[in-house]
Design a protein around this ligand. Structure first.
Ligand code: MLT
Length: 264
């Protein structure tokens, strides 16, 4: 599904009815990564997935190069869909974007799920690595980015034993235009630190992490858990960074139980 808001085409899906759940994808993927969650949750909730700018069916807006810009477009889509409050689920870059939503629109957030993400900004070393990756994207395109990212996104056991998952994720990366990849990298490198935000979070919050996540290791999630009061923490065995896609049953159970506990 697509809609045009203020001249920008935004790709999204909208299934089911009930409390809205809004899913925000990781780098350098698209709303497709949430298919296992759409399938599992659409019978009980209104499930929305969105393509960030330059991904999937959404326009590239190269000048809109910040996670705040991504957050703004999500809020614009929700306004368009007449949704005032939702439970947001952000994985990795989706989590960074969710911090921006909470920073600017806390009243829109009924609950949040921070999956395989971190609150810290990039270190200087991390920013330099983003620049190198942007150069690779410009020179060699999305397939070179797929080669670099697959070992970061997936657990070693997934890479060794589940070629169909590896191929699906590779395909998602190949669908992302180079400009979209570069805009993400610039946006992530310049994102603010969100550690001070953690203690201000008052809505029900769930932190999920794959036990074999190398990109945002368990310690990063533990840090968020230590700072957010009343948070629920779930670790997912046999999953790397893309825990929702590698172990959808365990990931969905964590979300279902969180929603049920909080009457969401
Ligand atoms: C992601 O999965 O969105 C990225 O790995 C996040 C990052 O590179 O910081």
């Amino acid at each position: 599904m697509k809609t045009v808001i203020d001249g920008m085409t935004i790709g999204y899906t909208d299934d089911g009815s009930g409390t809205p759940l809004v899913f925000i994808h990781a780098f350098p993927l698209s709303k497709t990564m949430w298919q296992p969650q759409v399938d599992a949750l659409k019978d009980t909730h209104r499930v929305i997935t969105i393509d960030l700018g330059g991904h999937g069916d959404s326009d590239i807006v190269p000048w809109n190069d910040s996670l705040d810009g991504y957050a703004k477009n999500i809020i614009r889509l929700l306004d368009h869909l007449e949704i005032t409050q939702a439970v947001f689920v952000g994985l990795s870059m989706g989590g960074y974007t969710l911090f921006s939503i909470y920073r600017h629109h806390p009243n829109r957030v009924k609950g949040m799920v921070l999956a395989d993400t971190r609150a810290q900004a990039d270190s200087e070393e991390g920013q330099v690595a983003r620049q190198s990756m942007a150069e690779v994207a410009f020179k060699d395109g999305a397939s070179a980015i797929a080669d670099l990212m697959l070992p970061k996104l997936l657990a070693p056991s997934t890479i060794e034993q589940r070629p169909e998952i590896v191929e699906e994720v590779r395909e998602m990366i190949l669908q992302t235009p180079t400009a979209g990849i570069v805009v993400d990298l610039v946006a992530m490198a310049s994102r603010p630190d969100s550690t001070a935000l953690l203690s201000t979070i008052t809505c029900p919050t769930l932190v999920i992490v794959g036990e074999e996540d190398q990109a945002t290791p368990v310690a990063e999630s533990q840090y968020m858990v230590d700072c957010i009061s009343g948070v629920t923490f779930v670790t997912i065995p046999h999953a790397g960074h893309l825990s929702n896609f590698e172990q959808p049953i365990a990931f969905n159970q964590a979300i279902e139980s969180f929603l049920e506990t909080h009457g969401l």
